[in-house]
Design a protein around this ligand. Structure first.
Ligand code: DX5
Ligand code: ZN
Length: 221
């Protein structure tokens, strides 16, 4: 599988000191930072939007913003997020009224200079990602909690979808997100995920560097 990448979810950070929190994780070896954008419609909560991304991009040198768009109109935010400095743009397949339009959305994301990724929520089977869509995106995100909040319990029943997608798309980045920590990284890594999102397990850790090192070690094993 591709190389290990750790993407701390800022949802578990102190939003009043976002720049400092992100720098802290980057110093501990995090390659990316996972920005959870929620619109109060696709999911009940509201978190942040393009203005916050733009401020972070200005404030944190060399930040790679991995934007997880939990929004109902993913096409609507491609341009604002790209202009705010987003580097990767993940949309949910469930957000599209017509999933056959997903390849067009991937083209739009790419035309704005970002990596494109597609996410599946726990209730969505891996078969919702067609072969052509999987080949077109840069990354597949398998949610291991119902999107909407940090700090939830890892849903082990989602892990087989990681194995299925790893088998179908051996070269792609596969991300896991939700309840991932020292106790759950093992099964994610063995199933073939290489991009690890963690909020609570990193921002709540007394020694986040050791947790990040362990994540990478388990992915690379
Ligand atoms: C859930 C978000 C996740 C979440 C991860 O809706 O997409 O990124 O913040 O946080 P933890 O690791 O605390 O489950
Ligand atoms: Zn997320």
């Amino acid at each position: 599988s591709p190389r290990a990448i750790v993407s701390p979810s800022v949802l578990a950070s102190n939003f009043a000191q976002l720049g400092d929190e992100i720098r802290r994780m980057m110093k501990c070896g995090a390659e990316w930072v996972h920005m959870d954008v929620m619109d109060g419609h696709f999911v009940p909560n509201i978190t942040m939007g393009a203005p916050v991304l733009a401020s972070v991009n200005k404030d944190v040198k060399d930040v790679f913003m991995d934007c997880h768009m939990m929004v109902s109109d993913p096409e609507k935010w491609v341009k604002p997020v790209a202009e705010a400095g987003g580097k990767s743009y993940t949309f949910h397949i469930e957000a599209l009224a017509d999933p056959s339009k997903a390849p067009e959305l991937v083209d739009l994301i790419h035309s704005h200079g970002m990596r494109a990724a597609v996410a599946i929520s726990p209730h969505t089977p891996s078969s919702a990602i067609s072969t052509s869509l999987g080949q077109k995106v840069d990354m597949l995100l398998v949610m291991t909690v119902v999107p909407g909040a940090g700090g939830q319990k890892f849903m082990r029943e989602c892990v087989p979808k990681v194995s299925e997608l790893r088998e179908r798309f051996p070269e792609k980045d596969i991300q896991v997100d939700g309840g991932v920590g020292p106790g759950t990284i093992g099964c994610c890594a063995r199933a073939g995920s290489n991009v690890i999102v963690a909020g609570t397990a990193l921002f709540g850790a007394s020694d986040p560097k050791s947790v990040i090192d362990d994540f990478k070690k388990q992915v690379d094993e």
